[in-house]
Ligand binder design. Sequence first.
Ligand code: FES
Length: 115
Amino acid sequence: MNVQITFLPSGRSVTVRAGTTVLDAARRAGVPIRTRCDGKAACLMCKVTTPHSSPGLSPLNDNERYKLAGLDRSGTRLACQARVFGRAVVEVPEDPFRAAVRRQMMRQAEDDELW
Ligand code: FES
């Protein structure tokens, strides 16, 4: 069975086989999710959120629950552990480096307007 997952904020969607991890689905969709452990639930860099409480994702496994230490209550999931079993929507946080560059550029633009 194939299922669809959508990544926010880009809005990119991809259809994958049921049981595919969110991380693998993101790679197929061309959506970058940072990782250092390559999906072994060790680096905790692959956090995504489920803004619409996606029922299409697998329930937390014990390892993911332990690693998230309560963050799951606010909708956070590890992309390498959560699997897609139905229509799902997840939000990928902006890369911290890109966010810093964007903030710097916004400050520069504001400064330029003042002159
Ligand atoms: S990829 Fe490292 S914890 Fe998910």
